[in-house]
Design a protein around this ligand. Structure first.
Ligand code: ADP
Length: 399
């Protein structure tokens, strides 16, 4: 069945979108509406290969989505003739908790379940819900589908998802590891199976999603068995502005010695730490690399810490999996950071990782960067969460 699928990712002040012609998986349009409800709202998008910008007041998400739809249906620019050609809308939803191990058709119960998880993702689920509501009213005939960041990780076993704290916190407050970036980890896992020509049920991989946020996942037989992000996206790797793993006693220490409020500490760990906190320069890997190249020592140590912490997880997940077919690098820094990849895998030959310096000199495209005799393949696979959402949405819409 031929149809167009609109993929939307709604943030607190933005809507990112991509329009696919399915099942061909052809991208017909994509764009980003920013600063909704603020000064200087702007829609930048591409349609049929041409780029456009519309600056206009966008007071709320409802008006924003209508603007996007009118841009998509602009006949003069070769837009689609009729919005009824959009058969389904796929929504990125950050937190599905334990309620969703799979992508779901949205109905009143599903929407309520997403609402029930607001306490676990207070910054993300509310705008996602808003996106679903405005899309349902703007495109009432289209099927609405929710694709959760957490669902790929629902296969993680209890010994890996529980924290060693009183069990009642899990039973009553749902405190556990959930993991995020699931759509990205799932996409690169599927792509690795294709590239290695191996049935996904037999594939063991470690997938490192290294963007502004970063997480790493151990995948056994195509299923997530452990991941570095936890109850929230703060745990695990060092990130642009997030600390990742630290001694949790730091929170009480800061409260006691600096008289900081828990809210301020939370902000410190989420927004002022990571690459930014250590370098004092930037949360951006490239900017840190430039500063380090000019002799900035704190930027240098920030980069070393970042790579060291990825390395530790690669080692840990190699132990978890026992047999690893491939390590996959993805997202901004994973896809482009050749130096980072080399640092992560330095001295890892005894574990089976042999990176080839020449092959590793690749940015932003699919490649095998390991030596021909490396026991474990090292792959660079650009992620494509939008395509994964479009595929899931199409499967449900055409069933
Ligand atoms: P987001 O999580 O916001 O989607 P991205 O996946 O785009 O982020 O990743 C952003 C990160 O990728 C930034 O730290 C950026 O510096 C880094 N990055 C992009 N290009 C390069 C590059 N050529 N070398 C090193 N890092 C890069």
């Amino acid at each position: 069945m031929s149809m167009k699928v609109l993929v939307i990712n709604t943030g607190s002040s933005s809507i990112k979108f991509e329009l696919f012609q399915m099942p061909e998986e052809k991208v017909e349009a994509s764009g980003l509406l920013q600063r909704i409800g603020e000064e200087g709202s702007e829609l930048s998008y591409s349609l049929k290969g041409e780029k456009y910008k519309i600056a206009q007041k966008v007071p709320d998400h409802g008006v924003g989505l209508k603007l996007i739809i009118s841009a998509l249906t602009d006949g003069e620019k070769g837009g689609i003739e009729d919005i009824s050609e959009i058969g389904a809308v796929g929504h990125r939803v950050v937190h599905g908790g334990e309620a969703f191990a799979k992508t779901a058709k949205i109905d009143a119960d599903v929407l309520q379940a997403v609402r029930d998880h607001i306490d676990l993702a207070p910054l993300h689920n509310p705008p996602n819900i808003l996106g679903i509501e405005v899309a349902t009213s703007a495109l009432p005939k289209a099927l609405q589908v929710a694709v959760f960041d957490t669902s790929f990780h629902q296969s993680i076993p209890p010994h890996a998802y529980l924290y060693p704290v009183p069990y009642e916190l899990y039973e009553n407050q749902r405190v556990r590891r959930y993991g995020f970036h699931g759509t990205s980890h799932r996409y690169v896992t599927q792509r690795a199976a294709e590239l290695l020509d191996k049935p996904i049920e037999e594939l063991n991989v470690i997938t490192a999603h290294l963007g502004n946020g970063a997480s790493i996942t151990a995948v056994r037989g195509g299923k997530s068995v452990d991941t570095s992000m936890g109850l929230t996206p703060l745990e695990g790797l060092m990130m642009g502005t997030r600390c990742g793993d630290i001694d949790p006693a730091l929170i009480a220490f800061l409260e006691r010695t600096q008289k900081m409020s828990v809210g301020d500490i939370d902000k410190l760990l989420n927004k002022k730490s990571g690459l930014l906190g250590i370098s004092g320069v930037s949360n951006d890997m490239r900017t840190c690399e430039e500063a380090a190249a000019k002799g900035n020592e704190r930027a240098q140590i920030a980069l070393e810490m970042y790579a060291y912490r990825v390395k530790k997880y690669v080692g840990a997940y190699t132990a978890v999996l026992g047999r690893v077919d491939a390590l996959v690098f993805t997202a901004g820094a994973g896809e482009n950071g050749a130096e980072l990849r080399a640092q992560v895998l330095e001295n890892m030959e005894p574990l089976g990782y042999k990176i080839d310096p020449e092959r590793n000199a690749v940015r932003g495209k699919e490649a095998d960067v390991s030596t021909a005799d490396s026991p474990i393949r090292v792959l660079v696979i650009p992620t494509n969460e939008e395509l994964m959402i479009a595929r899931d949405t199409y499967v449900l819409a055409s069933a």
